[in-house]
Design a protein around this ligand. Structure first.
Ligand SMILES: [Fe+2]
Ligand SMILES: [Fe+2]
Length: 218
């Protein structure tokens, strides 16, 4: 279902890119790409629904998600569409599609026991290979001299995002450890003191002792 969300939002971004570009060929290709991503979203959603229905009926499904590591067609979810030169966008799209194709190939290979899901990845993979090829071809067309540099820029951007994702995961792990340490090391002394002072209190309802002095508030 998460793959479906990523694909659908990628489709929306590509529709936006098609609206903004002034290059007729690119507009056509972006629209076809957007339609592909919407189709992928539907394929993943249908398969996800079927799997969750099956899980509800029978054996319990594993809920582990390494989402920060592999949320499907990673990259398209971080797309910022702007009007202007298309080479940076094409380089970014090319690398995202290449990474997605590589990952979907692995998913497809390891899903021998689930043929229906394997078929979904197989179908999606064919389109991703096309997306990968056309984005590179168009990048070379619109930026014949600088396409290599554009690809390196996009690669560095992706590396930076991977670093940020890792650091966010690390920060959350450190936060969990620190909170656990606080809970088990700092709280017990306070709990002990509170318990001891509770023992000194009288149990139940009791009458307040008369005020010792009329001048005092208590
Ligand atoms: Fe896709
Ligand atoms: Fe794609």
């Amino acid at each position: 279902m998460r793959f479906a969300d990523t694909e659908a939002s990628g489709g929306q971004d590509l529709s936006r890119a098609a609206e903004l570009t002034e290059d007729a060929l690119l507009r056509q290709l972006y629209l076809r790409h957007a339609l592909d991503e919407f189709r992928h979203a539907r394929l993943f959603r249908d398969r996800g629904l079927a799997l969750s229905r099956a899980a509800r009926k029978g054996a319990s499904a594993s809920r582990f998600e390494a989402n920060w590591l592999s949320p499907g067609e990673r990259g398209l979810d971080e797309l910022r569409i702007e009007a202007g030169p298309q080479d940076a966008l094409l380089a970014f799209l090319h690398l995202s599609e290449k990474a997605a194709a590589g990952r979907f190939r692995i998913y497809q290979e390891v899903l021998d026991l689930d043929l229906a899901t394997q078929a979904v990845f197989k179908e999606v993979l064919q389109d991703e290979a096309f997306h990968m090829a056309y984005t590179y071809k168009q990048l070379v067309r619109v930026s014949p001299r600088h396409h290599g540099w554009r690809l390196w820029q996009a690669r560095l951007g992706r590396l930076w995002k991977v670093y940020l994702r890792l650091m966010v995961a690390l920060a959350s792990a450190i936060g969990t450890v620190l909170l656990l340490l606080q809970y088990f090391l700092l709280l017990p002394p306070f709990a002990l003191v509170a318990k001891r002072s509770a023992l000194k209190e009288q149990r139940g309802w009791w009458r307040r002792p008369p005020a010792s002095s009329l001048k005092s508030q208590y």
